[in-house]
Design a protein around this ligand. Structure first.
Ligand SMILES: [Zn+2]
Length: 59
């Protein structure tokens, strides 16, 4: 009990096949600023659904 390490997506928590990605934070453009993409410092393990739906960079 409790010794198995199940792989959980670090974005939504689903147990799934995971892909290592680097999350990016997208700041939308405003009237006085350009849009900006800031990559996170650390990589995360994401499921296929999150990889499809959220901005990231491949690792
Ligand atoms: Zn997910």
């Amino acid at each position: 009990m409790g010794t198995e390490t199940s792989a959980e997506c670090q974005s939504c928590g689903d147990e799934s096949t995971l892909t290592e990605v680097r999350r990016v934070y997208v700041t939308p453009a405003d009237w006085d600023t350009e849009s900006k993409i800031t990559p996170a410092d650390d990589t995360e393990q994401w499921c296929d659904a999150c990889v499809l739906h959220y901005p990231h960079q491949p690792v």
